[in-house]
Design a protein around this ligand. Structure first.
Ligand code: NAD
Length: 360
C-alpha cells in the first residue's frame, strides 16, 4: 500500500510505557511543573486510584471519582468546582476513555496540565478530540490543547480489566486502525502504525484469552492501544465510527461492544472500495492477503474474545423505524468513507449486524 500525497501534523506528547510505570507519576507531573493534582476516575476503580495516588504521593490535592461515559457537562462542572477549591494546577486521569475525557474537559476549561494513565484500549489519551454531552446531545470538538501532555501506560494496571471488556475494548482500538488504513487523509506513518496496532492488539487479545503469559499479553495489547489511538488522532474516521456514534447517541448502545459487533460488517461493506487497506488488515491478522478475507478475520478475532455477535444482544431491536432513523442520520452528513453509503446498502448492513448474520 502506498500513498501518493499527504500532509501530516505531529502532535506533541510524552509517552512513558512499562510495567510499574505508574510509580513515576509524581516525577512526570513535576517534570511539567505541576504541584497540586486533582486525580479523576470513574466510580468503582479503587485499585487504579490507589496506585495513581501512591505514584503521586504528596502532589495529590484531591480526587474526584464520578467520571462518566461521554463526558456529561454537569459532571465536569462538579469536578471543576473541586479543582478550583483545591487550587489544582494538574489533572491526572486514571481509567478508560471516560476518565480521560473528564481530564481533557477540565484541562481545557481550567488550563490545567493533564497527565493521562489509560487502563482500557479506547485510545482517547492520544487524540486532540473531546466528545461531551449536554441534555442527551453529544458534541465533539477538536483542539491540539486537548492532547494530554504526558501519557503513562502501565500494563500492570490493565491486568484487572475484565476479559470481556478487554476483548471489546481491543476491537474498538482495532477499528481506529482499520478506518485509518482506508482514510484518504492517512499517511505512510499512520499506515505503519495502524498495522503495528492491529498486530500487537491481536497478539495481546489472543494471549489474554489463552491464559498463557498474561503479563506479555497485557503489554502487547496496551502497546497496540497506543498505536491505534495515535492513528485515531491524525486520520479522520469513516462509516464505522459514524454508525457507532449514531447507535450510541440515539439508542444508548454500549461503546466498545457496538464497535466490536459492527467492525466486520463495515469491513465487508468497504472491502470492494478499499481493497489495498482491507488486504492489509487481513494479512496483519494472519489471514490470506485478500481484501475479501478481512471481514472473516475480524469476525474470527471477535469470536475468539467472546465479543457479542449482534446488535440485538446489545438491546437494539432493529425495527424498520429504528433502522430508518440510523440511515437518515448517516446520510444527512456522511463521514468520509471509501464507499459512499446508500440507504439500501446501510439497511442490509444493519440487518446483518442486528441479527449477527455473516457480514456481506
Ligand atoms: P470507560 O472509560 O467508561 O470504562 C469502561 C469501564 O471499565 C468503566 O466501568 C471503568 O471503571 C472500567 N475500567 C477501566 N479500566 C479498568 C481496569 N483497568 N480494570 C478494571 N476496570 C476498569 O470506557 P472506554 O471504552 O474506555 O471509553 C469510552 C469513552 O471514551 C466514551 O465516552 C468514548 O466516547 C470515549 N472515547 C473518546 C475518544 C476520543 O478520542 N475523544 C476515543 C475513544 C473513546
Amino acid at each position: 500500500m502506498t500513498r501518493a500525497a499527504y500532509t501530516r501534523e505531529t502532535l506533541a506528547q510524552r509517552v512513558v510505557f512499562g510495567d510499574g510505570a505508574v510509580a513515576q507519576l509524581g516525577a512526570e507531573v513535576e517534570r511539567l511543573g505541576g504541584r497540586r493534582v486533582l486525580l479523576v476516575a470513574t466510580p468503582g476503580c479503587a485499585p487504579l486510584v490507589a496506585a495513581a495516588a501512591d505514584g503521586l504521593g504528596r502532589l495529590l490535592a484531591d480526587r474526584f471519582e464520578q467520571a462518566a461515559m461521554h463526558t456529561p457537562v454537569a459532571v465536569t462542572a462538579s469536578a471543576q468546582r473541586v479543582a478550583i477549591a483545591r487550587r489544582a494546577d494538574t489533572v491526572v486521569s486514571v481509567g478508560g476513555g471516560s476518565a480521560v475525557g473528564l481530564g481533557k474537559a477540565l484541562a481545557l476549561r481550567e488550563r490545567l496540565l493533564h497527565v493521562a494513565v489509560p487502563t482500557t484500549y479506547a485510545g482517547s489519551e492520544a487524540t486532540p478530540v473531546l466528545g461531551e454531552t449536554r441534555d442527551g446531545r453529544k458534541t465533539t470538538r477538536r483542539d491540539p490543547a486537548l492532547v494530554p501532555r504526558t501519557v503513562v501506560y502501565d500494563p500492570l494496571l490493565t491486568h484487572g480489566l475484565p476479559a470481556g471488556l478487554s476483548g471489546t475494548s481491543g476491537l474498538n482500538a482495532i477499528a481506529h486502525a482499520v478506518e485509518a488504513l482506508y482514510a484518504a487523509e492517512g499517511d505512510p506513518l499512520t499506515d505503519v502504525q495502524a498495522r503495528a496496532g492491529i498486530a500487537a492488539m491481536a497478539e495481546g487479545l489472543r494471549g489474554i484469552f489463552s491464559q498463557g503469559d498474561i503479563a506479555a499479553a497485557r503489554r502487547a495489547a496496551l502497546a497496540g492501544a497506543w498505536h491505534c489511538g495515535s492513528v485515531l488522532a491524525t486520520a479522520p474516521m469513516g462509516l464505522h465510527h459514524q454508525l457507532c456514534h449514531v447507535l450510541g447517541g440515539s439508542f444508548d448502545l454500549p461503546h466498545s461492544e457496538t464497535h466490536a459487533v459492527l467492525l466486520p460488517h463495515v469491513a465487508a461493506f468497504n472491502a470492494p472500495a478499499a481493497p489495498a487497506a482491507l488486504q492489509a488488515v487481513a494479512e496483519t491478522l494472519g489471514a490470506p492477503p485478500d481484501h475479501r478475507a478481512a471481514a472473516s478475520a475480524l469476525l474470527a478475532l471477535a469470536a475468539a474474545v467472546d465479543a457479542p455477535a449482534s446488535l440485538r444482544q446489545l438491546g437494539f431491536a432493529g425495527t424498520p423505524e429504528q433502522v430508518q432513523q440510523v440511515v437518515a442520520q448517516v446520510l444527512e452528513r456522511p463521514y468520509p468513507n471509501p464507499r459512499t453509503p446508500d440507504a439500501d446498502g446501510l439497511r442490509t448492513l444493519l440487518r446483518a449486524a442486528t441479527e449477527g448474520e455473516e457480514p456481506r
